[in-house]
Design a protein around this ligand. Structure first.
Ligand code: GDP
Length: 140
């Protein structure tokens, strides 16, 4: 299996509750290495562009409001099979459906304020990593 990178975002509901360390620990305990990281406040333009794939969905405006409501921590995670591994550690989108001991089961507030983002495919991971990070900001 190939070593992959994936993009993680610790969302505003989690930074507000001081959960950056607790969530990062879950990622590291699962074998994901944090090889790039920064705490930023997304602009409206960044949030809209990042979630462009959802722009026809009824929750798009609300999601962009939420994602710009406070700081986020964007991370590049590296491991064998990192994309699927991170999705497993995150749990299902809706915390009500998330498996026990996943990040979303343990920390999410709601379907929208669900504490973390993770790329859903290797192709999207490459696009999403490049959205936030330049090569020199990722140190393996
Ligand atoms: P993910 O890949 O598991 O993050 O899920 P999606 O790509 O389907 O959705 C992106 C994000 O939009 C989710 O993580 C939630 O924050 C939010 N979201 C998804 N579905 C809904 C919904 O039905 N209502 C609201 N308010 N937010 C949603």
């Amino acid at each position: 299996m190939a070593v992959e990178q994936t993009l993680s975002i610790i969302k505003p509901d989690a930074t507000r509750r001081n959960l950056t360390g607790a969530i990062s620990a879950r990622l590291e305990e699962a074998g994901l290495r944090i090889v790039g990281q920064k705490r930023i406040r997304l602009s409206r333009e960044q949030a809209e562009a990042f979630y462009d794939v959802h722009k026809e969905r009824p929750f798009y405006d609300s999601l962009c409001d939420f994602m710009t409501s406070g700081p986020v921590v964007v991370q590049v995670l590296e491991a064998e099979n990192a994309v699927a591994l991170n999705r497993e550690v995150m749990g299902a989108t809706n915390p009500a459906d998330a498996a026990p001991r996943t990040i979303r089961a343990d920390f999410a507030e709601s379907l929208e304020a669900n504490s973390v983002h993770g790329s859903d495919s290797p192709d999207n991971a490459a696009i999403e990593v490049a959205f936030f990070f330049s090569d020199g900001e990722i140190v393996g």
